[in-house]
Design a protein around this ligand. Structure first.
Ligand SMILES: CN1CCN(C(=O)c2ccc(Nc3nc(-c4cccc(NC(=O)c5ccc(C(C)(C)C)cc5)c4)cn4ccnc34)cc2)CC1
Length: 285
């Protein structure tokens, strides 16, 4: 209580909103990499919490809209989602502070460990199931990812896999990335209704998840190899699908193909998908 024994107001010390992180409490360490959106560094928050700090290059995102959304994002909490701890929005560039995942992106992890992972179908399937659990949580909260791919999932200790950057795509300003005709648009992870009408939904996340499963079972190959975006669009419109990866059981490939049903209604939900994949996984062991 304060000196004169008046009760301390509940908001004492929370001068910022709770999703606002005080940069004085952050210690920035080595660089983890850089995307088109700026540099990402490892850090320590309040002296002991390992964090990743995305320092968003100015002009790359609509910051005020994102800062508004950050309140919602900090409430999305699941063991297979990279936790957003908060933002530093009182300075530029803004910082996006999340939990730290020490093995980096799932895509790089698959490519780096192909020798040991390649033969371990049980582990590959387990990674897919973890991503599916995180996505089922987002689906339950009517939250669409919009850029689900192995590059946007991260790996922690004991082969923990978590979905990152969910919903962030909405705030990117670069229309080479946001419009389906742009050079940076993730064409190879997009279903027909997104290619034609940019109609995102949890069912378009399901299509992307099928491609992510293909990435996992090929240990990080590029979908459709070196085909140009126009050739991929043509194949997807004509219903030509990605081929079965060698390391993949037929039951698992059948699940991928369901995710690539032409009409969104024919694709499973993440909730249903999780049950199916867990059953396949039990069948394999
Ligand atoms: C033994 N190996 C040595 C090499 N290695 C690493 O250097 C390494 C280790 C840990 C890493 N961890 C993280 N790395 C990142 C990271 C690093 C570089 C770039 C990015 N990605 C981005 O900045 C980014 C991604 C997507 C998007 C849109 C909007 C398009 C969806 C926007 C921005 C993330 C974020 N993290 C969030 C939690 N943990 C991490 C990243 C790399 C991995 C381990």
């Amino acid at each position: 209580a304060s000196p004169c024994n008046r009760p301390v107001p509940a908001t004492a010390g929370l001068s910022h909103d709770k999703w606002e992180i005080d940069p004085m409490e952050l210690m920035l360490l080595e660089e983890l990499g850089s995307g088109q959106f700026g540099v990402v560094r490892r850090g320590k928050w309040r002296g002991s919490i390992d964090v990743a700090v995305k320092m968003m290059k100015e002009g790359t995102m609509s910051e005020d809209d994102f800062i508004d959304e950050a309140k919602v994002m900090t409430k999305l909490q699941h063991q297979n989602l990279v936790q957003l701890y908060g933002v530093c929005s009182k300075h530029r560039p803004i910082y996006i502070v999340t939990e730290y995942m020490k093995h980096g992106s799932l895509l790089n992890y698959l490519r780096r460990h192909e020798q040991t992972l390649g033969g371990n179908v049980g582990l590959l399937l387990d990674m897919c199931i973890q991503v599916c659990k995180g996505m089922a949580y987002l689906e339950r909260h009517n939250y669409i990812h919009r850029d689900l791919a192995a590059r946007n999932c991260l790996v922690g200790s004991e082969n923990v896999v978590k979905v990152a950057d969910f919903g962030l795509a909405r705030y990117v300003l670069d229309d080479q990335y946001t419009s389906s005709g742009g050079t940076k648009f993730p064409i190879k992870w997009a279903p027909p209704e997104v290619l034609n009408y940019t109609r995102f939904s949890s069912k378009s996340d399901i299509w992307a998840y099928g491609v992510l499963m293909w990435e996992v079972f090929t240990c990080g190959k590029m979908p459709y190899g070196r085909l140009k975006n126009t050739e991929v669009v043509d194949r997807v419109q004509r219903g030509i699908l990605l081929e079965k990866p060698k390391a993949c059981f037929k039951e698992v490939y059948d699940v991928m193909r369901k995710c690539w049903s032409h009409s969104p209604e024919d694709r499973p939900s993440f909730r249903v998908l999780k049950e199916q994949l867990v059953n396949v996984s039990k069948g394999l062991l």
